[in-house]
Ligand binder design. Structure first.
Ligand SMILES: [Zn+2]
Length: 291
């Protein structure tokens, strides 16, 4: 039984954010094989399954115009890293507030993709991410999401965690504590009501916050305030670091935007993102697995 569980866990890891349970290993119905044959079948099937998944991934990478097949992320660390506020990003009392960070402390060659706001609702983007098995985390603002809650429900069904980016995307440090709390707790309520789960991650609009922001976020049930170290657009990358280099554990920001806002589509942005990080030997991991 333990062997069987381990095999299932390994397959689940490989299948990433696949939709549905079609990667699960099930014994063939009505099979009369003895215990030994069954054991061997269990050993062989995952290998065959992995080969089939690999072929599908290679085909998807080609179909979506990637230069290389995206790398499979390593298993997340058994012991979660300790997340603290990045130096220079502290507010008074930050030790007891949700940490603000741009990079997850890890030596693994992984980056985390986070996508904000929610203006563009491109079905091709959902297909692309699902077929390429690329995890990402969404930070949603209700004034854009409410145009089509269903789009983000499909995203959630594909394994994406929907997180808090306020109701109306204001410049939070310009608001009182009470109004900031309404923006953050209000979005917690919307996400819980529409998607059944209260987020634990919050990203302040524009990355701007003050002590009140983080106190309000904590009061609304938020545990982490990830911002970003790079931002990827359809036509370029922008970097926080002076040397313009990607580092292990970096959080990368992008936006749900389409041709109205930039010269290309969501798949164009993902292509730019994946081509660069794959070339540099990075895999995309799921942020929630490290928190
Ligand atoms: Zn935003």
């Amino acid at each position: 039984m333990r062997g069987g569980l381990a095999v299932l866990a390994a397959v689940a890891l490989v299948s990433g954010c696949t939709q549905g349970g079609d990667s699960e290993v099930r014994p063939a119905a009505g099979q009369q094989a003895g215990e030994k044959a069954r054991k061997e079948a269990r050993k062989a099937e995952p290998a065959a399954e992995r080969r089939a998944q690999r072929r599908a991934l290679v085909a998807a990478a080609k179909r979506w115009g990637l230069k290389k097949v995206p790398l499979t992320p390593p298993r997340p660390p058994a012991v979660k890293p300790t997340i603290t506020t990045r130096e220079g990003f502290e507010v008074d009392g930050h030790d007891s507030l949700p940490p603000v960070f741009t990079t997850v402390p890890t030596r693994q060659k992984v980056v985390f993709l986070t996508i904000d706001d929610g203006a563009e609702k491109d079905p091709a983007f959902l297909r692309m991410m699902s077929e390429l098995k690329i995890p990402y985390t969404a930070f949603l603002s209700d004034y854009l999401v409410k145009e089509d809650y269903g789009y983000f429900r499909k995203m959630q069904a594909g394994g994406v965690t929907l997180n808090n980016h306020t109701l109306r995307h204001p410049y939070l440090p310009g608001l009182s504590y009470a109004r900031q709390k309404r923006e953050i707790c209000g979005m917690q309520d919307v996400i819980e009501e529409r998607y059944g789960k209260r987020p634990t991650l919050f990203r302040p609009p524009f990355g701007n916050y003050n002590e009140d922001t983080l106190r309000a976020a904590r009061a609304c049930g938020i545990r982490y305030a990830p911002i970003w170290n790079e931002e990827v657009f359809v036509d370029r990358w922008e970097y926080r670091e002076w040397d313009r280099k990607i580092r292990p554990g970096d959080i990368v920001l992008s936006h749900f935007r389409g041709r109205e806002d930039w010269k290309g589509t969501m798949p164009d942005m993902v292509r730019r993102f994946l081509n660069k990080i794959t070339e540099e030997g990075y895999a995309v991991a799921r942020l929630e697995d490290y928190l």
